[in-house]
Design a protein around this ligand. Structure first.
Ligand SMILES: CC(C)(COP(=O)(O)OP(=O)(O)OC[C@H]1O[C@@H](n2cnc3c(N)ncnc32)[C@H](O)[C@@H]1OP(=O)(O)O)[C@@H](O)C(=O)NCCC(=O)NCCS
Length: 373
């Protein structure tokens, strides 16, 4: 008699690939990028430095960093055809639909879309990193009926995104907050959207198709879409004094509280304290403590009631909300990846493991001077 194999629940425990990029240690709440503990990077290096680390396996020296920043800045401009497509989107379409469709359209305007050589794919990756924030900002301006601004090549990725959204030079605090959000979301092992992208690219399809698959997956409420759910929930609750009743009622109805719980981290997500600190600083600065207070109370209740921690979607939303200082649901960037039920497949980490004490970037005047190798 043949026995039917039992499928792993949500691919739990299945090692689907090996990677040197990141190692997610859910049991001890540790996240490592190319040998660096995230705690050694957050607040000390910029998103562009992390991009260099992930692409070249070492932190950049000054010259490498300037080259990368220059490359990203010149690659931002969107093809006119893609801008025109964005302008035809219904203003009330959810942002993730707009971003997914515009990224897919980028492939139609790239004559090298199907050239899968390593050199060409490296360039495509940079183009996507530079252009997805442009798409996001342009869709946001379009739906508000505002003009679409040209990118500012003198600004880094986080600053330029905020500038394009708000139409004014962002403050240093806002840039720092968003930049840290980018750093903390730059890689996360074999999460659901990465898994989708890898399945697509493994058929020898092209990078635009792979990232389109990934964005479609990221959009789901159990994955990156949870952060939109968090803001909807906070708006629905409305004030701190209503939090306890709302949560009690939701739990009684067996509803999932968005932004709480994690498939892999069974202790506190190591990215959470960084986002929380930044959100607190910014919240104190702009004098809008209500959202933070409500979030802290929800997190406290969920820890007490269900022994579940707030996840990065919960805190990401606050970082972004406060960085923008508005409640418009702007969602997702290429680097924004998190976990959901389907992302239980794993990547075996093949990269350098952090040494004890962990390797630290060499910082001089707040800037990395030497590679990390
Ligand atoms: C992320 C998520 C999909 C993980 O699901 P999971 O692996 O099944 O979670 P666990 O096995 O740890 O769940 C343990 C228990 O807590 C409950 N639980 C988990 N997350 C919960 C939440 N956010 N709200 C209420 N209850 C929750 C489960 O239903 C389960 O209850 P049970 O034992 O009575 O069946 C889930 O926590 C979730 O849906 N969270 C909300 C969406 C979200 O924020 N997603 C972004 C993740 S970064």
């Amino acid at each position: 008699m043949t026995t039917v194999p039992t499928p792993a629940k949500g691919l739990e425990g299945v090692v689907a690939a090996a990677t040197r990029l990141s190692d997610v240690r859910g049991d001890i709440g540790q996240l490592i990028y190319c040998g660096y503990d995230i705690n050694e990077l957050a607040g000390k290096v910029t998103f562009e430095e992390v991009v260099h680390l992930l692409h070249h396996d070492h932190l950049p020296n000054r010259q490498e960093l300037e080259e990368l920043k220059g490359l990203l800045a010149v690659k931002r401009e969107l093809p006119k055809g893609v801008v025109n497509i964005i302008k035809t989107f219904p203003k009330d379409t959810p942002p993730m639909h707009a971003i997914r469709t515009a990224v897919s359209a980028l492939g139609c305007f790239d004559p090298e879309a199907d050239n899968n050589s390593m050199d060409e794919n490296r360039l495509k990756a940079l183009r996507l990193i530079a252009r997805i924030p442009m798409i996001t900002a342009y869709f946001h301006r379009h739906r508000q009926g505002k003009s679409l601004l040209p990118p500012d090549p003198s600004m880094g990725e986080a600053a330029n995104f905020l500038y394009l959204i708000d139409g004014e030079k962002p403050s240093a605090e806002k840039i720092k907050t968003l930049d840290m959000c980018y750093v903390l979301h730059a890689d996360h092992g074999m999460n659901a959207s990465t898994f989708s992208a890898r399945v697509t690219i493994a058929t020898l399809s092209d990078m635009y198709s792979a990232i389109t698959s990934a964005i479609g997956t990221l959009k789901g409420p159990l994955h990156g879409g949870a952060n939109e759910g968090v803001i909807k929930m906070l708006q629905e609750i409305g004030s701190l004094d209503r939090v306890d009743d709302y949560i009690a009622e939701a739990l009684a109805q067996k509803k999932k509280i968005m932004g709480i719980g994690h498939r892999v981290y069974k202790t506190l997500d190591p990215r959470a304290p960084h986002l929380k600190r930044m959100a607190q600083i910014l919240s104190a600065k702009i004098g809008e403590p209500k959202w933070i207070q409500m979030s802290e109370r929800i997190a406290e209740l969920m820890l007490n009631e269900k022994n579940l921690h707030a996840n990065v979607e919960f805190l990401f939303r606050h970082g972004l909300l406060l960085a923008r200082h508005s409640d418009g649901p702007v969602h997702a960037d290429l680097c924004h990846l998190a976990n959901g039920r389907l992302d239980c497949s794993r990547a075996g980490a093949t990269g350098r493991q952090p040494v004890d004490p962990p390797a630290k970037p060499v910082l001089r005047s707040g800037r990395i001077e030497g590679g990390a190798d």
